[in-house]
Structure formats: C-alpha cells, structure tokens
Design a protein around this ligand. Structure first.
Ligand SMILES: [Zn+2]
Length: 50
C-alpha cells in the first residue's frame, strides 16, 4: 500500500502509471505508508499504453 497525495487515501501498489516516493512517508492511523501519486494525479495526456 502507499498513500496517494492526490486522492488523500491509500492505494495498493502495482497500478500502471503510479509513482511511489522512496523517501517520503505518510502516517494513516499510526500505520506508515510510502507517499506516492496514482495515475489520477498525472497529466491526462500521459500515454497509458503498456
Ligand atoms: Zn490516488
């Protein structure tokens, strides 16, 4: 799981287009998650092929 800074919630890892930071963390109910951004936070012109 990682904490999505865009959606303000956690997402499972492994989705295409996501970015998970290696040096940022966010606590949710005392659980530490890596901070990241899912594809929803990325420019809509990004090519999601592949
Ligand atoms: Zn998200």
């Amino acid at each position: 799981m990682y904490y999505c800074l865009f959606c303000k919630t956690t997402h499972p890892k492994g989705a295409a287009g996501e970015i998970v930071f290696k040096t940022g963390f966010h606590f949710v109910q005392s659980v530490r998650y890596s901070a990241g951004l899912c594809k929803a936070a990325l420019p809509t012109n990004a090519n999601m092929a592949g």
